[in-house]
Design a protein around this ligand. Structure first.
Ligand code: NAD
Length: 357
């Protein structure tokens, strides 16, 4: 019988497989080996994984036919996994350019969950969207906690408070969720994106779409944004600066796949903001949209908070793990047939996700 190993994450509170999904994998004909306490930080103790064998990390790595984690495995660990075993994690080949070659050299087969195409057919397996949505929601909450002002309008006996103004740069999955969350908290929201398709989505959430003419788009980029020229970025920065002066919060999510994130909020724009304002930079891990962002750190620059948190999904580990595990299960149903691994490379989802073909 095929053995599926579930590892605990290093520096991440999530777990890739939650008990309910582990049960469904058993129903598909697999045995589960769980690294002890793998789900604990996400709220799932070992005893919730009914029927799973609990083992130490070394045994899971050596024993499993399919080794599942969210964070990539280190080379040293990859060397210890069973011959012919498959690892599934987020190997991010767009950023770690030689990861596929490294894995191939080590003789390991790998699926990278972040390489699943962003198509309608694969929507139920799209971990990038599930995690980005959580990040967008949490970004607004982080900003609200730091902001020395209210989000909603308040009319009280002690006086009236105007609603907060929130500017969102990049209206993809995270940006749209940030818009919805900020609106629910009563803020006035403006948003910007280079993809014209985003305009309608922004407006349908009740936010104002900021127009900057002349953005480059590429229909062949799989729905992703493309890099803009210097002239466009300059005009965009001017528009952002105008709006930043009135904004209480800026949430930036603008990313271009495989490239450094564009700087949309230079230091001069930060310095033009009102004291106490907050910037949450969700593009922090790819260099940040704000010039002053430091990845995984919250800093203050001249009384402006800059939260460079690229790890917000992990800050909501229970639901993040549940959604991640559901996405994973939908993918595993494609590659597990009658209790055995069966990778059909004719299937576009499988061939895109397998980075060691
Ligand atoms: P992302 O994280 O790569 O980027 C976030 C947003 O930043 C994007 O909307 C992008 O257009 C925008 N951006 C990039 N450069 C910018 C700039 N200079 N100024 C302003 N905005 C800029 O994007 P994502 O959230 O992962 O979504 C990528 C695309 O995939 C979107 O078109 C989304 O609708 C699509 N998508 C499709 C599916 C599906 O059909 N299954 C699922 C998820 C996402």
């Amino acid at each position: 019988m095929m053995k599926i190993g579930i590892l605990s994450e290093q520096n991440d509170q999530r777990v890739a497989v939650v008990p309910l999904v582990a049960k469904k994998l058993q129903d598909l004909g697999a045995d589960i080996i769980l690294e002890s306490n793998a789900g604990l930080q996400a709220g799932f103790s070992d005893d919730k994984y009914e029927g799973a064998k609990v083992a130490n990390r070394k045994d899971v790595l050596e024993d499993a036919d399919l080794v599942i984690s969210i964070q990539p495995l280190e080379d040293e660990e990859l060397k210890t996994i069973k011959n012919g075993a498959l690892t599934i994690a987020e190997y991010k080949p767009f950023f770690d350019k030689d990861v596929s070659d490294r894995l191939k050299r080590l003789g390991v087969q790998a699926i990278s969950m972040d390489m699943i195409p962003r198509t309608t057919l694969a929507q139920s397996m799209d971990v990038l969207s599930s995690m980005a949505s959580i990040a967008g929601y949490k970004a607004v909450l982080s900003a609200a906690l730091k902001l020395p002002r209210y989000f909603p309008m308040m009319i009280t006996a002690a006086g009236s408070i105007k609603p907060a103004k929130v500017l969102i740069l990049g209206a993809g999955v995270a940006g749209l969720q940030a818009i919805a969350t900020a609106k629910r908290l009563g803020a006035q929201v403006e948003a910007f994106d280079t993809r014209s398709a985003a305009k309608q989505e922004v407006e349908s959430l009740g936010a104002r779409f900021v127009e900057v003419a002349g953005a480059k788009e590429d229909t062949g980029a799989g729905g992703y944004a493309v890099e803009q020229d210097e002239d466009f970025i300059r005009r965009q920065r001017e528009e952002v600066q105008k709006r930043a002066m009135n904004a209480d919060v800026i949430i930036t999510t603008a990313q271009v796949r495989g490239r450094k994130a564009p700087i949309l909020v230079p230091t001069s724009t930060v310095e033009a903001m009102k004291p106490g304002s907050v910037i949450v930079d969700l593009a922090a891990s790819t260099g940040g949209n704000c010039e002053l962002t430091q990845d995984r750190q919250t800093i203050q620059h001249k009384v402006i908070w800059i939260i460079g948190d690229s790890d917000l999904a992990s800050a909501m580990p229970e639901d993040a793990s549940t959604l991640y595990a559901n996405n994973l299960l939908n993918f595993l149903k494609l590659i597990i047939k009658e209790g055995e691994l069966n990778l059909d490379f004719e299937n576009e989802i499988v061939s895109s996700a397998c980075i060691t073909q």
